[in-house]
Each structure stands twice: as C-alpha cells, then as structure tokens.
Ligand binder design. Sequence first.
Ligand code: FES
Length: 106
Amino acid sequence: PTVIFQLPDGTERKVTAASGTVLMQAAVAHAVEGIVAECGGNASCATCHVYVDATQADLVGPPNDVEDEMLDFTAAERRPTSRLSCQVQLSDALDGLVVHVPEEQV
Ligand code: FES
C-alpha cells in the first residue's frame, strides 16, 4: 500500500511499503521528517504520533489500550484521530491512507 504523510510545512511524502509493514517503520525507512520513534516501536515514547485523516479514521480503527494511555503523553495535542504510527499495521485495505505529521514530537 501507498501512504501519504502530510508534513506540517504543507509538503507531502508518498511512501510505498509492503502489506504487513508497520506504519512507523515505513516512515523511518523513507526518512519521513517528524517521525522520531525514539522507543523503536514499543508504544512507550509517543514520538511517532500521527493524525489519521478524519475521512479514514474508521478504516484504521481505534488505538489499543497501551497505545491509548501513551497517547496522553504526545508532545502535540491529542486529537480524536491520533494514533501512534508504530501500532498501525499497513494492509492493502489502507492503500491511499493519508496521515498528518504533528508540529512536534518531543
Ligand atoms: Fe515509540 Fe511509537 S515508536 S511509541
């Protein structure tokens, strides 16, 4: 699937990754700015925070319990569509996913 990262400065990064890839890993592999991922994907740093596009929130689904707690510690404000990108697994159903990278992660 292909994912579009919208950066705070208005630019867009299009990344294609294999189905099953974790969204955070796809971002890091393509050096997408603003996905810091300090903890390496353990849902314990909240520096891989993204806002799923509102039109696709249902498709992506809600955070798991651990993630939900960690989302209270994001540097940028938490919103209803906030997710930790290390907890989102890509699938063909998510082809065309748009996520917004917040202004700050730490
Ligand atoms: Fe640390 Fe996602 S990489 S919470």
